[in-house]
Design a protein around this ligand. Structure first.
Ligand SMILES: NC(=O)c1ccc[n+]([C@@H]2O[C@H](COP(=O)([O-])OP(=O)(O)OC[C@H]3O[C@@H](n4cnc5c(N)ncnc54)[C@H](O)[C@@H]3O)[C@@H](O)[C@H]2O)c1
Length: 253
């Protein structure tokens, strides 16, 4: 039985991934700052013998170390890591505050680097496996008011390339998932803020966003979890160093 370690597993794409891997018979250790949502997910999923939650912040290498250690102690090894935790803030080069730029870099870049620095040595110990990085469609395209988010996701796209070369000899594949807009709390909060600022309804934002996608609606977390699972599993044995779109045709426009 294989073991996954995933960050940001309490809600959205992370929670859908937890469900998917557990459904496929994996052990899952997940770390998140949101304990309340983690407990709800644990109750929903059941299978406490295969699911371990550790509270922690990816910005802290110490928190990651503890969560990785707890996962190895409980399940014996880690064969796959999904660096998923991330945040979005709206800003441009001209208006971003120093604190916000720092928060974005600390969370999306350092959070991912911390996760990989602690989890990858465990995958090497296990004899190899896979790394999946949750990047974004913003590896491929720029979007308005998304300066710092695009900056951080671009960095994750590059990390994917260099790591795939360095880790190949350890039998570790490294790939990035690049999703279009997915209906999760992250985007709901974003649209809620837009709606408040512009004095309109959140439904108006979703209507406009949905219209950008070939099928007329944005993605669902489960649809991204399918790709994450494929890239983590042996089914993708010849995939490494790649950036995989799951974007409903957005980038094709
Ligand atoms: N939703 C989208 O449209 C979309 C599109 C492309 C990429 N992504 C990426 O997918 C990933 C997951 O996003 P989501 O949409 O599921 O959002 P979400 O807000 O539903 O989930 C993110 C999870 O990460 C946790 N988290 C945030 N910061 C953390 C930290 N410092 N330490 C530990 N946990 C932390 C949150 O508590 C939450 O449970 C992010 O990296 C995001 O950038 C999302």
């Amino acid at each position: 039985m294989k073991t996954l370690f995933i960050t940001g597993g309490s809600t959205g794409i992370g929670a859908a991934s937890v469900r998917k891997f557990i459904g496929q018979g994996w052990n899952v250790g997940f770390m998140d700052i949101n304990r309340e949502a983690a407990e709800m997910l644990q109750k929903e999923v059941g299978k406490p013998e295969h699911l371990l939650f550790t509270e922690g912040n990816t910005r802290s290498r110490e928190d990651i170390r503890k969560a990785v250690e707890a996962t190895v102690k409980r399940f014996g090894a880690i064969e796959s890591v999904v660096a998923n935790a991330g945040i979005h803030r709206c800003n441009t080069l001209l208006d971003i505050a120093d604190e916000e730029l720092d928060l974005m870099i600390q969370t999306n870049i350092y959070g991912t680097v911390n996760t990989l620095r602690e989890a990858v040595p465990q995958i090497i110990k296990a004899g190899g496996g896979s790394v999946v990085i949750n990047a974004s469609d913003q590896w491929f395209v720029g979007k308005p008011n998304s300066f710092a988010y695009g900056l951080t996701k671009g960095a994750l796209g590059q990390i994917t390339r260099s790591l795939s070369i360095d880790l190949g000899r350890y039998n570790i594949r490294v790939n990035a998932v690049c999703a279009g807009t997915i209906h999760t709390p992250l985007v709901d909060n974003l649209f809620k803020n837009f709606a408040e600022v512009n004095n309109c309804s959140i439904d108006d934002y979703w209507k406009e966003e949905n219209a950008l996608y070939a099928r007329g609606s944005a993605g669902r977390p489960e649809e991204v979890a399918e790709l994450i699972y494929f890239l983590a599993s042996d089914a993708s044995s010849f995939c490494t160093g790649g950036h995989y779109l799951v974007d409903g045709g957005l980038v094709a426009r």
